[in-house]
Design a protein. Structure first.
Ligand code: ADP
Length: 426
């Protein structure tokens, strides 16, 4: 099967979110962890998403990594490319959305692309060029205090203008509401004016689908995961993609484990619920700092548990405890200590025969994927909004045995998420 869409995402959970959106629209999606070092089996995917860690990287690194991803994706000869960033347009005046989009347009020899951050299902809409988050202007939302990308302006045109030398324009809601033909006519007019970036008002999924239809012949589409919802239809209408078939669960059976590093409220609640039913161990950061064999102890304990029950291992603690630990060891150091142990536990558990792993926390998920040497993931069915089951591909480093992974960013999922995931894939 031919690859139809090649995508580059500026972070890992964003890549999964995009791949999940495409799967829900009936595509077969694979997410790679960076550009694969060698040829990998893409499992007949027709959408391939390269997950980068470029959102807050130095501009040059982000541009280089994105261009390398584009070059690799071009080898798969997709019909269209996608650049995925956050629906809150997370960036600084230096980038990286502008510089990366500029480089992609140049390399693709293209002169126009949409900028469509909107994700109405998550409360992100663009009205008169202003980005709103759950009814609040972006500049008044919690994103104003983000430690790395504080968003203090809600005008998407202005946010982009300082990041690029190319012209930025706005396509208004009245045009979007008139449908794909009206949007396409407006794009032609903007192009004639030399505009390269069309910020586009979006209030609903119907708008996203209309924008997707209008982008059918664009080499590059950029945005949050929302606008990707409208793209599979174009391939289907062109006879390139069959009718949607439901995504299948990972073809994996074996023991289960839940590994949590997120300290978010949602994850702490999920842990409290799961502790009632499953054997559990909390990671003691002071013991790690003292040089004790924390991972080995946990693995010894896990080996003696009943194989039919999932084991729960977590570092997660409430804000007071986390603050005290961070004050003692440093924020980054404390985070890395826990991530390292969780990575070692993940690797050790798979050696014990664990084959289904649910991970809570974005950074934590990155640590697990890297400890397991995962190169790529086939995206399966959705467990809870935005979180699919996935199956590892390219498993030489896992001794040829695929692992089923559910990677949940901290705040996602209902309070029974862990049980729900494992009941869905027993
Ligand atoms: P989220 O998706 O909620 O942001 P992440 O995994 O990205 O979750 O980030 C949580 C961070 O907190 C990780 O770096 C993790 O190692 C760290 N962490 C986990 N438990 C503790 C703890 N008890 N004290 C300090 N840091 C911790």
């Amino acid at each position: 099967m031919a690859v139809l869409l090649g995508a580059i995402a500026d972070d890992s959970t964003g890549a999964t979110d995009l791949a999940n959106t495409l799967v829900k629209e009936g595509m077969r999606a694979v997410q790679t962890i960076g550009v694969p070092a060698q040829d990998i089996d893409l499992d007949d995917a027709n959408a391939v998403v390269v997950a980068l860690k470029s959102r807050t990287a130095p501009v040059k690194d982000a541009v280089d990594a994105s261009r390398a991803a584009l070059a690799w994706l071009r080898g798969l000869e997709p019909r269209q490319f996608f650049f995925k960033y956050c629906s809150t347009f997370d960036s600084t005046p230096a980038g990286n959305i502008g510089p990366v989009a500029d480089a992609l347009l140049t390399d693709l020899d293209a002169d126009f692309t949409f900028l469509c951050p909107a994700f109405p299902d998550n409360g992100r809409v663009v009205r008169d060029g202003l980005l709103y988050v759950n009814g609040e202007l972006l500049e008044n939302s919690p994103m104003k205090d983000h430690p790395l990308t504080p968003m203090r302006d809600s005008r998407v045109v202005e946010l982009m203008r300082v990041q690029t030398d190319r012209k930025v324009g706005l396509i208004k809601q009245a045009t979007v509401s008139d449908g794909p033909a009206a949007i396409a006519a407006e794009v032609d007019a903007l192009r004639r004016d030399g505009v390269a970036y069309g910020v586009i008002d979006t209030k609903s999924n119907a708008d996203l689908r209309a924008i997707g239809a209008a982008a059918a012949d664009h080499a590059l589409v950029t945005g949050g995961s929302g606008v990707a919802m409208g793209l599979p239809r174009n391939f289907r209408d062109a006879g390139l993609l069959g009718d949607p078939t439901p995504a299948t669960l990972p073809n994996v059976t074996g023991r289960a484990a839940v590994l949590a590093g997120s300290c978010s409220q949602a994850t702490r609640r999920q842990i409290a619920v799961a502790r009632k039913d499953w054997p559990h161990r909390k990671i003691d950061v002071h013991r790690i700092a003292a040089g004790d064999p924390v991972a080995a102890d946990i693995l010894d304990w896990a080996a003696s548990q009943d194989e039919s029950t999932p084991v729960l291992v977590y570092g997660s603690a409430d804000p007071d405890e986390v603050a005290a630990i961070q004050a003692q060891y440093g924020v980054t150091e404390a985070g890395e200590m826990v991530e390292k142990v969780i990575g070692e536990v993940a690797a050790g558990l798979t050696a014990q025969g664990v084959r289904r792993i649910v991970v809570a926390g974005g950074e934590t998920a990155g640590a697990v994927v890297s400890a397991l040497g995962v190169e790529a993931l086939r995206i399966g069915p959705e467990i809870d909004t935005g979180v699919p089951w996935t199956e590892t591909l390219g498993t030489e480093t896992l001794e040829g045995t695929p692992i089923a992974l559910a990677l949940k960013s901290g705040n996602f999922g209902g309070e029974d998420f862990f049980a729900k995931a494992l009941e869905m894939h027993p």
